[in-house]
Design a protein around this ligand. Structure first.
Ligand code: G1P
Length: 290
């Protein structure tokens, strides 16, 4: 199985992050020095995915611009002798090939993925959601690609979540056939706690087969009146073509303020130049009563 393309839906409104996202795409909010979407693209790159398909809308143009050259800025940095920064902005522009598809009406995640059908029609492809940031030794999506190749099936990434949090996610039921790998029999999008088939929650990493497009094309609206990707995945599960892989690594939900801020601190703490000063300031803050 050869997987070259990654679909990244970025047409959502980011209401959880308002008012910060009133005029800035949520994917462009910075986590430490980089916008959220750059972490997603870098994870894809580490997995060897070079073609990025953004599912976008008219307010999201700056996401594409971020992965393009900016000659005025490059001139300025050259003139100022800021060669490290120059290299960095050029590196970001050269990272991936970008294709954009407009999602003209936001009908749900399933609909967003369906918008990629013309670009990905005959090949398996990855999907990554911008709200889920994954960090670890192995890029999150590469863990799924490895499993998809080994089993020749579609794959969803899952993590265990506390029982009382299942309603925020798509949840799977399945039989564990190897450590951390499940044959998926059932999927429920945003179940009530009492209806959840397990506490294995889907996080935003998928490897899909092109037949998902036919399923999505006929998919009726589900929870929240939206066309849900999770519901369409049931079609793959029914054909015994879907497995789930428990992902290893740190995961942050960028749409949740505590998680967003923690991710900022996580990265800042990994920067040796900053680490000691940051720890000192945090300790001061924690011990002060103002
Ligand atoms: C989407 C998916 C859901 C998944 C979640 C992961 O939901 O529909 O199955 O568990 O992403 O972040 P959303 O968070 O967009 O409502």
């Amino acid at each position: 199985m050869d997987i070259k393309k990654v679909v990244i839906p970025v047409a959502g409104w980011g209401t959880r992050s308002l008012p910060a996202t009133k005029n800035i795409p949520k994917e462009m909010l910075p986590i430490y020095k980089k916008p959220i979407v750059q972490y997603i693209v870098e994870e894809a790159m580490q997995a060897g995915l070079k073609d990025v398909v953004f599912i976008t809308n008219q307010n999201k143009r700056i996401i594409e611009d971020h992965f393009d050259r900016n000659f005025l800025l490059e001139q300025l940095l050259t003139r100022g002798g800021k060669l490290d920064l120059l290299e960095e902005v050029k590196r970001v522009a050269d990272m991936v090939n970008v294709v954009s598809v407009r999602q003209k009406v936001q009908l749900g995640l399933g609909h967003a993925v369906l918008c990629a059908s013309e670009v990905c029609k005959n090949e398996p492809f990855a999907v990554m959601l911008g709200d889920d940031l994954m960090f670890g030794l192995n890029s999150g999506i590469s863990q799924l690609i490895e499993a998809a190749k080994a089993e020749n099936k579609a794959v969803v990434g899952v993590i265990e979540v506390p029982r009382d949090k299942v309603s925020k996610y798509g949840v799977i039921a399945g039989e564990e056939f190897a450590k951390g790998m499940y044959r998926v029999s059932k999927l429920v999008e945003k179940p009530k706690v009492e209806d959840a088939p397990s506490n294995l929650a889907i996080i935003g990493r998928y490897v899909l087969l092109p037949e998902i497009f036919d399923i999505l094309d006929g998919q009726k609206a589900g929870v929240g009146g939206e066309i849900q990707l999770t519901d369409a995945l049931q079609g793959l599960a029914d054909r015994d073509k879907l497995i789930a892989v428990k992902l290893q690594g740190q995961r942050f939900d960028a749409g949740d303020w505590v998680e967003y801020l923690t991710a900022n601190i996580y990265f800042a703490l990994h920067d040796e130049e900053l680490r000691d000063d940051l720890v000192k300031r945090l300790q001061e803050l924690l011990s002060c009563s103002d």
